[in-house]
Design a protein around this ligand. Sequence first.
Ligand SMILES: Cc1cc2nc3c(=O)[nH]c(=O)nc-3n(C[C@H](O)[C@H](O)[C@H](O)COP(=O)(O)OP(=O)(O)OC[C@H]3O[C@@H](n4cnc5c(N)ncnc54)[C@H](O)[C@@H]3O)c2cc1C
Ligand SMILES: NC(=O)c1ccc[n+]([C@@H]2O[C@H](COP(=O)([O-])OP(=O)(O)OC[C@H]3O[C@@H](n4cnc5c(N)ncnc54)[C@H](OP(=O)(O)O)[C@@H]3O)[C@@H](O)[C@H]2O)c1
Length: 382
Amino acid sequence: MSEHASKYTRNQPYTSKVLVNDRLTGPESEKETIHIELALEEGMTYTPGDAVGIIPTNREQAVEGVLKALGFDGTERVLDHYKVEISLHDALTTRLGIGKLGRGNLNQYAKLCGENVPAGLKALMGQENKAIAEEYVWGREFIDLATEFPGIVKQPQELFNVLQRLTPRMYSIASSQAAHPDQVHTTVRVVRYNAHHADRQGVCSGHLGERAPVNSTMPIFLHENNAFRLPEDTNAPVIMIGPGTGIAPFRAFLEHRQALGEKGDMWLFFGEQRSVSDYLYKEQFLGMQKDGLLTRLDTAFSRDQGKKVYVQDRMQEKAAELYAWLERGAYFYVCGDASRMAKDVENALLDVIAKGSNGTLEHATEYLGEMKKAKRYQRDVY
Ligand SMILES: Cc1cc2nc3c(=O)[nH]c(=O)nc-3n(C[C@H](O)[C@H](O)[C@H](O)COP(=O)(O)OP(=O)(O)OC[C@H]3O[C@@H](n4cnc5c(N)ncnc54)[C@H](O)[C@@H]3O)c2cc1C
Ligand SMILES: NC(=O)c1ccc[n+]([C@@H]2O[C@H](COP(=O)([O-])OP(=O)(O)OC[C@H]3O[C@@H](n4cnc5c(N)ncnc54)[C@H](OP(=O)(O)O)[C@@H]3O)[C@@H](O)[C@H]2O)c1
């Protein structure tokens, strides 16, 4: 992915106004998934399939916690990454990543100790202790490290060696400019979890979920992704697999074809936990189905029955028809969870192809290879 040839970049973002911040999931849901609409300046353009980069700040509670753990009051002066002098409080709020820890943070923290690395920290160093260190950082934040091994940071400036820059987070764009010329929409799952006896939240999704009300502002930039595009042939059928927030770019695809009156068939597979609370954009999709824009709409609500049902199960149930669409030249898109879903969906797709063609898995793999070459199999997984 590359950033658009726009004057706004991750280093010089656009200050965008939040126009809408609505919860999509119902009160009974185990998840908090929100729909965000952000204002764009004239001349800022994107294409469905692109992402928007959003630059968060750390929440006050987290900043105060770190200052307390380090024994600083926040008024200390430091030089930021551009050698601009700011207060330590500002640095911890807007410049430094104090959220999730990485092994790199442990190593840098230990370096500050010179020869006197505490035994507990030493046990997390080196290639031979990689697995233990990975386990240690999982679910921990900088405050945990600073609390467990106190008195190590002597000068506030040293934090710039220990902590990474506070980076933007990417979100798949959920809108089409053909429908909303001056806006960009996203679908964000607010990351919340309890680990090591503390309630935690994702830095950016937490910011959007708790501290980005309508009329507040967020620094953003647009991020091009030419590897995830609707077919140039507007009549080509598309199959879209988008469980959870993976739905986002498909809302963009649908809005795009709707706004431009494009006629190609569209088949959406959406999956979430429960239909009553987690059916994201339900009214909009049902409306699109009624209007004939969505030729087919299949849902897999995993927890609506005893046995889990996933999008790939729906694909298997409709195998013959799915294969017929592929034979008609359909483009196949997958967005969402990279860790398991994407692989499981690919296996189901191979199975659908093998069954449809009465062929072997080897044949199906070749068929999928040809689809990839023709850019008819595209994934945006994270
Ligand atoms: C191309 C792309 C597109 C994306 N599109 C979307 C999208 O459309 N919608 C969307 O919501 N997200 C999307 N993401 C993910 C998004 O960029 C962020 O990674 C996500 O919002 C989390 O960021 P955060 O700052 O809230 O959390 P962070 O502060 O980055 O924290 C997340 C980290 O918390 C830790 N963590 C999370 N859960 C647990 C747990 N249960 N136990 C222990 N540790 C845990 C993990 O280390 C995890 O990496 C996309 C990512 C990419 C790369
Ligand atoms: N990097 C981050 O910190 C971050 C932040 C936000 C989201 N994400 C990722 O974004 C993706 C989307 O998250 P989300 O909460 O919106 O949705 P999700 O976790 O992908 O869940 C959506 C639906 O997919 C189901 N599912 C679970 N495993 C599956 C599999 N192997 N194959 C197919 N479906 C499966 C879920 O069922 P069950 O839950 O009932 O099993 C649920 O019904 C996930 O990768 C998530 O980890 C990452």
